[in-house]
Design a protein. Structure first.
Length: 229
């Protein structure tokens, strides 16, 4: 997951009171994707990641470092992937929440082995949230990625609903993104994520994504555990 989307999605799920207090969160994640992504070559991708998010005064700074394992008909390869860092600003006003930020992708993955793109990318994003009653929030986001290494620049946008009841939270999100290479279809998918307050400083999540066209994974699964330091 894009580091900025993870950070802003997490922060917009917090209350204004939570944002007023400086806090640092460490996140451990595991993600799985299966599909051909419009290439005609079936692939399986697994990623373990370590992330860090610091929230203070309406600002959020995030970093994610992944470890990839890629499998296709030609065998498998594993190693460090491209790391992501992001910064964002969140504001609240009478039931509305606003977010804007940027993400930089670093050249930490080996592009010769398929673990990175071989070029630094940066992207900008904006997000808007609206409370629908006390327990539900509507979210909208849009952004643009400036890619390097022979890849195409592309845009993305999405809509989502976040609902919380007691210690449980549930989000439903639709996301569409442009193709990063000529000849490939854009990505379009629908995702469902369940969040659980585990008590104390701990928060767990698990989710699934279903691709809606050939540019998206046939199936993606993910889970994570966050801790407030």
């Amino acid at each position: 997951m894009n580091a900025w989307l993870r950070g802003v999605g997490f922060v917009l799920g917090l209350s204004p009171a939570s944002l007023a207090q400086a806090a640092t969160y460490v996140d451990l994640g595991w993600d799985y994707k299966r599909g051909d992504f419009g290439t005609g070559i079936a692939q399986t991708l697994q990623a373990g990641s370590v992330g860090l998010t610091h929230v203070a005064g309406g600002w959020a700074v995030s970093a994610v470092v992944p470890w990839w394992r890629l499998e296709n008909g030609g065998g498998s390869v594993s190693g460090l992937g491209d790391a992501l860092t992001s910064v964002s600003r969140i504001q609240w006003h009478e039931g509305w929440s606003f977010g804007a930020g940027a993400t930089l992708k670093w050249l930490s993955g080996d592009s010769d082995r398929g673990l990175g793109t071989g070029a630094a990318d940066w992207s900008v994003q904006g997000a808007l949230g609206r409370d629908l009653g006390r327990a539900t929030r509507l979210l909208a986001q849009a952004g643009y990625t400036f890619a390097g290494g022979g890849y195409r620049d592309f845009g993305n946008w999405g809509l989502g609903l976040f609902h919380h009841r007691g210690r449980l939270g549930l989000s439903l999100a639709y996301v569409r993104r442009g193709a990063s290479l000529d000849g490939l279809p854009p990505g379009e998918d629908l995702g469902l994520t369940l969040y659980r307050d585990l008590g104390g400083r701990w928060l767990g999540r698990m989710g699934a994504v279903k691709g809606l066209n050939e540019g998206s994974p046939d199936l993606a699964l993910g889970m994570g555990l966050s801790c407030r330091l």
